[in-house]
Design a protein around this ligand. Sequence first.
Ligand code: FES
Length: 139
Amino acid sequence: MSSPAPAGPAVTLDVERVVCRLAELGPQGARGFVIGGGDWPLRGFVVRAGERVYGYVNRCPHAGHPLNLLPDRFLTADGALILCSAHGAVFEKAAGTCLAGPCPGKSLTRVALEVRSGFVMLADEVDVAALTAEAFRGS
Ligand code: FES
């Protein structure tokens, strides 16, 4: 008779702050999320670039539109850059800076993330209400 495998260290996740599983993104994927309640939840998206994942508020610095028209469609066709579908601004993934389009040099609002136990989550220091208010003040 074999004994049960030893349990690994207990991991506690705040499910309210989970965006998705890392594996759901694929090597160059993107995914939108809504976290928080009320009339003004945080609407954001995450993008993966290899082993790194970056998060941003889903609000373009050009005219304030959401970047995507279709669910989870945040990237250029080759997956290399973030694309705003409204007027074609493109942003680098790592810093969220506009490289071309109507708002060169402006940046998306960063959402700090952590990856824990295979889950992409908002970092502990992210204040959802404050971040949402900041993003809307910035336009
Ligand atoms: S709102 Fe994004 S490019 Fe105009």
